[in-house]
Every structure is written in structure tokens, then in C-alpha cells.
Write a protein that binds this ligand. Structure first.
Ligand code: CMC
Length: 431
């Protein structure tokens, strides 16, 4: 028998029975859709207890520290798969066969180049613009190049959009960096893997040959896997909400990038490195721990805490391990920032404040150390997150529009403004 919950009212109004739904895993959810007809809405700022959609893509168990893409544990994908397979898995629901993978990789390679006219879009920005600002602008501008004839409700069109975005966003990110640096744009090289190609567009120049280091390329590919999707986080929900109106998907992905840029979300990887630089020495860690605990100080330990994980973020553990591999490869075992990060983690995990609030390192805590060791500037960290997350955004957008029950997103509110009042003409208003 289906479980239900009965809502009773203290004023004696008739009670309301609501169905309880249970997914494959996770907490049961109360389906409150019938409430509107009874004259009630629910109130949940920050969506702390609200499921906004059904999804079959990603599952997180925050108490146990588990993350699955389409049922596969993140650890197995990170160590046994590659980013292209993971993109296919997120988008299509299954790991690809050899033939499917070959065709998918070929399709992504086919789309890596940007329209020649898009170079002018980059040139409209100031050289000093933050790469995320450039990425948001250029990705949004793609809607000006790929709008006519696009039918969002045609699944084949959506797949082309998804492939284009997965392929082109790395080119956009690398070109945002090149533009910052005042260097010529480097075209994608389709004989290279996805991660190698990105490294090539970032680090090669017309006057110097560049050979991507396979250990670093593998590490980067693994970081892309770890960032590929994370169910209904702020940026993914932004993409879904923007896309729910049937809007152009390139503009929707740009809106997701805008949301990701915030320091409480994908901007945290940049903030972590700036924090480690500021701490500068292990001896200063206690001072920063005290500041993080002081409610009158707005400082937070960046890269710590998560809305869902109340245990170690499984991605952080994999990235910490990858950090050792990368620093070993580059002979940077004594990297001072890595030492500060390890010590900060050790001290925080023994501190009552962090234990009581279940604050553990998240995905952003160690990724910046790897990026910096690879020569990627701090301002590009969130751009790399956006590149990788594009796979999740397009998969979630595609899933939403594939759902026959899909509706435009339209939250309600609890109005606390003025009651109705008379308009006062300008000459009669008092200060
Ligand atoms: N440093 C110090 N205190 C913290 C931190 C932190 N990093 N994170 C949370 N707290 C405290 C917070 O002050 C509050 O304390 P109290 O109960 O005494 O008022 C308690 O822990 C709960 O925090 P919250 O802000 O209500 O939790 P939230 O779920 O709304 O926020 C978060 C989650 C990730 C925004 C937050 O933990 C944070 O700001 N972390 C630092 C930024 C960061 O690393 N963000 C990356 C998140 S993972 C990647 C991604 O999602 O993009």
C-alpha cells in the first residue's frame, strides 16, 4: 500500500492527505502538489528540504559520503573510466560500447572548433576580464550562432546541442585564458584526447611545441569526471529553471556558469587557493581556524562544508590522492600550499566546531593545488569546473525536456511587503 501523510490544521480546517514517494535510494519525499488546490503553499528558502524534479542521473548519499552517476560509484568511474565515457553515460544513461564510444568521441571532436566570427566576441572584452566573465559572455553568444532551426523539443536536436557544448566549452575556456594573456588563440587539435586537447589549447603557442604530460592529462581527465555532475546544485537548478521556459540552451548553460561562479559554489576552488596563499605558513593555521569559527567574522574556511555531504566528500578524497600523483610527477612533493592544506584538514577535523557541524573538505579543497602545479592560473580554476560540469548541465537539461510531464519552473513566495495602499502624488509625499 502506498504511504501517505495527513496534514491536520489547528483551526479545525479539513485535513489533507498527501502521497509519499520513494525513489531508488534516498529520503522519501512528500508530494505536495495537491496543496495549491487547498489554498496552501510550502515555504523552503534555499530548498533545504525540497525536491525540485525527478532525475535518474546522479545520486548522492551525503551522510555516507556516496556519489553515483547512473548507479556507478564515483570511485570506479574515476579510476577505471574516462571523461568521454562519463559524458556519454550522463547523457545516454548507459556506458558506451566500443562502437558507441568511438562514434561519440568522433562527434565531440567534430564540434571542438568555434565559429570564426566568435573570435570577435572575445575581442570585445577587456584583456583583464575574469575568464568566467568571458566564458559566460561567449557561451551566451553561442545562442546567436545556433538559434534558428533549433527545436528544443526534438531529442535529436538536443543531442547535437549537448555534443556541441561538451566540445566547444573547453575551447571557450582556453581562449578566455589566451585572451587574458595577450597570446594568439590556439585551435583545437583533434588527434588529442579531451584533456590533452585542453592542455594544448592552454599551453602551446605558435612559436613553441607543447607535448602534454600523460600523467597530468590523466589527472585532469579524472578531475573532469569528478566535477561532471552533482544532481540539483545551484548551477544545475539554474540551467533547469532557465531551460524550463524552452529558452535557447546555450543561453541556459551561460546562466548555469553565472551561478557556478559564486564563491559558495564553483568559485570556491579559486577562493581556496587564495586562502592558502594568505595563510602562507602552517604556524598561522590556528588563527584562520579561529576566524572561521568567529560568527562576527565573515571569513569561512573555503573548500570546507557542503549542503549535502555531512561526511567526507568522496571527490575530495580522490582529488587528494591525485594531488600526490601530480606533485610526485612534477617533483613538487614539498609544495608549501599542499602542506598547509593537509595540516588545515587535520586540525579542522579534530576541532569541535567542525565536528559538530559535520564540516569536511569538499571537492574544491585540493583541486586548486593540482591546477596550480600544472601551471593553470588561479583565475582559471572555476572555468575548469564549468568545462567539466557542462556534461552534467546538458544531461540534466536533456532529461528535463525529455520528460512528458515537464512544466515551466515557477516557485511561489511568502509575501511580506506592504498591504494595499493609496498612491500619493509626488508633490504630497513627505520625507
Ligand atoms: N567555514 C566555517 N563555518 C562553516 C563553513 C565553513 N566553510 N561552512 C559552514 N559553516 C558553518 C556555518 O557558519 C553554520 O554554522 P551555525 O550553525 O553555527 O550558524 C553551519 O556551518 C551550517 O552552514 P550553512 O551555511 O547553513 O550550510 P549550507 O548548507 O547553507 O552551506 C556551503 C553550504 C558549501 C555554502 C558552506 O559550507 C560554505 O560556505 N562552504 C565554503 C564554500 C565552499 O567551499 N563551497 C564549495 C561547495 S562544494 C562545490 C560546489 O558545490 O560547487
Amino acid at each position: 500500500m502506498k504511504k501517505t501523510v495527513t496534514l491536520t490544521f489547528s483551526d479545525g480546517s479539513p485535513s489533507i492527505e498527501l502521497p509519499i514517494e520513494q525513489g531508488t535510494y534516498g529520503k522519501p519525499v512528500i508530494d505536495i502538489r495537491a496543496l495549491g488546490a487547498h489554498g496552501y503553499f510550502t515555504h523552503d528558502p534555499g530548498f533545504t528540504a525540497t525536491s525540485s524534479c525527478t532525475s535518474a542521473i546522479t545520486y548522492i548519499d551525503g551522510d555516507e559520503g556516496l556519489l553515483y552517476y547512473r548507479g556507478y560509484p564515483i570511485e570506479e568511474l574515476a579510476y577505471q573510466s574516462d571523461y568521454m565515457e562519463v559524458c556519454y553515460l550522463l547523457l545516454h544513461g548507459e556506458l558506451p560500447t566500443t562502437e558507441q564510444k568511438t562514434a561519440f568521441v568522433q562527434s565531440i571532436r567534430h564540434h571542438t572548433l568555434l565559429h570564426d566570427q566568435m573570435e570577435n566576441v572575445f575581442r570585445g572584452f577587456r584583456r583583464s576580464a575574469h575568464p568566467m566573465a568571458v566564458m559566460i559572455g561567449v557561451t551566451g553568444a553561442m545562442s546567436a550562432f545556433y538559434h534558428s532551426g533549433l527545436d528544443n523539443f526534438n531529442p535529436a536536436h538536443r543531442i547535437v546541442v549537448a555534443h556541441r557544448l561538451i566540445a566547444k566549452v573547453p575551447t571557450v575556456a582556453a581562449w578566455a585564458y589566451k585572451f587574458n594573456e595577450g597570446q594568439p588563440f590556439v585551435y583545437p587539435q583533434n588527434r588529442l584526447s579531451h584533456a590533452e586537447n585542453f592542455m594544448h589549447m592552454m599551453f602551446s603557442s605558435p612559436c613553441e611545441d607543447y607535448q602534454p604530460n600523460p600523467v597530468l592529462a590523466r589527472a585532469l581527465d579524472r578531475i573532469f569526471i569528478l566535477h561532471a555532475d552533482h544532481e540539483q546544485n545551484a548551477s544545475t537548478s539554474t540551467v533547469r529553471l532557465a531551460g524550463s521556459s524552452g529558452a535557447n540552451p546555450y543561453a541556459c548553460i551561460a546562466s548555469g556558469m553565472a551561478s557556478l561562479w559564486g564563491p559558495l559554489h564553483g568559485g570556491a576552488n579559486e577562493a581556496v587557493l587564495r586562502m592558502l596563499e594568505e595563510i602562507d605558513d602552517v604556524s598561522k593555521i590556528p588563527e584562520y581556524i579561529s576566524r572561521a569559527k568567529d560568527k562576527s567574522d565573515s571569513f569561512r574556511l573555503m573548500g570546507f562544508g557542503h549542503r549535502i555531504y555531512k561526511n567526507m566528500d568522496p571527490r575530495a578524497a580522490i582529488i587528494r590522492q591525485t594531488c600526490y600523483e601530480v606533485l610526485d610527477e612534477l617533483d613538487l612533493r614539498d609544495d608549501p600550499q599542499f602542506k598547509i592544506a593537509l595540516e588545515l584538514e587535520r586540525i579542522a577535523l579534530e576541532d569541535e566546531y567542525f565536528i559538530a557541524r559535520k564540516l569536511y573538505p569538499n571537492v574544491d579543497f585540493y583541486s586548486g593545488i593540482i591546477f596550480r602545479a600544472m601551471g593553470i592560473p588561479t583565475s582559471m580554476f572555476t572555468a575548469l569546473f564549468a568545462m567539466a560540469r557542462t556534461a552534467g548541465w546538458v544531461a540534466q537539461w536533456h532529461e528535463m525536456l525529455s520528460d512528458p510531464a515537464h512544466k515551466i519552473g515557477r516557485p511561489r513566495q511568502l509575501y511580506i511587503g506592504s498591504a494595499r495602499r493609496e498612491f500619493v502624488p509626488l508633490d504630497q509625499r513627505k520625507a
